[in-house]
Design a protein around this ligand. Structure first.
Ligand code: G3I
Length: 339
């Protein structure tokens, strides 16, 4: 039967996944490598390009783990996304950066550090990476304002820091898709997050910041939200595309933590959630890439993140831990066919 990437390709869409650098969720696991080769045409490293991974110190870069993933993508003829040049939240910056001494001219020093980081990564993967999450999660979900970190404080403003990252990426990687990536989604309680993202995207257009697409992470929470929220979500996406942004689904999975434990009914609800979501999203011709945040339940970040009280395994990926496709797989396949 056709793979997800075949079904997506028939509609001009690429399907792919995040992959890890080590452990069962990595390209080193032969069973997972086979699954990725069968189902995917684009990959992204789950952690191996983050500052935490490649910046052991202010002066050093360590690309070893990411290079292995890039090599796997090259050998298997898969496209490669870059995630991320700036995860602009203190919690996800390397420890040294939070305590870094920027010296007597902090704005200049911070700008130099940021630009050098972007230039170095872009130059190294020139021609290999087709799309970058240049900036990840700088809008605070609680109130929609922009996060401050040691880097933005030294620069003087978050806008200045974020704009610099995009301008530098455009110069260093011309022709590569530049993405702002965030996790606002259609569940109740996300309105201020979405508003903040819209304000940020408007600001990019006003200032001429080179941003091509909004990365919609799509860590969905089952079950399907009611019709009013779904309409609100559509209005949000409509506003994004009206500002001439493309769309990328960058990190799809479904959190089933709040569902009753019974597996067949849980899997059904996860599938229904995905089906409703993709029916909506595949209506947008601006959506060209769909990536899952891992393919197999056992290796999903969801196993570690807020585990269920009953300790049952999270079942938010397309494949179960025995590498069997689940109803959510069929739902996505069908959504591609019907798109
Ligand atoms: O590899 C080290 C290991 O050497 C060390 O012993 C161990 C001890 O903590 O940590 C391991 O690193 C962990 C890494 O995942 C690899 O497993 C980090 O602690 C852990 O914080 C890290 O979590 C990742 C998280 O981002 C933070 O970077 C998740 O795997 C990853 O799935 C998650 O991905 C994010 C996206 O980047 C942005 N959008 C949300 C998404 C889900 O949270």
């Amino acid at each position: 039967s056709p793979s997800l990437s075949d079904l997506a390709a028939a509609k001009g869409i690429r399907f792919g996944s995040a992959v890890a650098g080590q452990g069962g969720g990595s390209w080193r696991n032969p069973a997972l490598a086979d699954l990725l080769k069968r189902e995917c045409s684009i990959l992204v490293a789950e952690n191996e390009m983050k500052w935490q991974a490649i910046r052991p110190s202010p002066t050093a870069f360590d690309f070893a783990a990411f290079d292995d993933i890039a090599r796997f993508a090259g050998q298997t003829k898969m496209a490669l996304r870059g995630h991320t040049l700036l995860w602009h939240r203190s919690k996800w910056m390397p420890r040294w950066l939070e305590k870094h001494d920027f010296g007597p001219q902090p704005a200049t020093a911070a700008a130099r550090l940021m630009a050098n980081h972007v230039e170095t990564v872009c130059a190294r993967y020139n021609g290999k990476i087709t799309s970058f999450d240049v900036v990840n999660e700088t809008v605070l979900p609680e109130d929609g304002i922009l996060a401050q970190t040691a880097l933005s404080k030294a620069m003087g403003s978050t806008e200045a820091l974020v704009d610099l990252a995009f301008h530098t990426a455009r110069m260093a990687a011309p022709g590569v898709e530049l993405v702002y990536n965030d996790y606002m989604s259609w569940e109740p309680g996300n309105a201020l997050h979405r508003m903040g993202v819209l304000r940020l995207l408007e600001g990019f257009r006003k200032r001429g910041t080179p941003v091509d697409a909004l990365g919609i992470q799509s860590h969905l929470i089952a079950p399907v939200p009611d019709a009013a929220y779904q309409r609100e979500w559509r209005r949000f996406v409509d506003e994004v595309v009206a500002m001439d942004y493309r769309l990328v689904i960058t990190e799809f999975d479904v959190r089933d933590r709040d569902l009753p434990v019974d597996i067949p009914s849980r899997d059904r609800t996860v599938a229904d959630t995905a089906k409703a979501y993709f029916e909506t999203m595949l209506d947008y011709p601006q959506l060209r890439d769909v990536l899952a945040w891992g393919m197999v339940d056992a290796y999903s970040w969801l196993q570690g993140y807020e585990p269920r009280a009953d300790k049952a395994e999270a079942r938010g990926c397309l494949y179960d831990s025995h590498f069997r496709p689940k109803p959510v797989y069929a739902a996505l396949a069908q959504a591609f066919v019907e798109a």
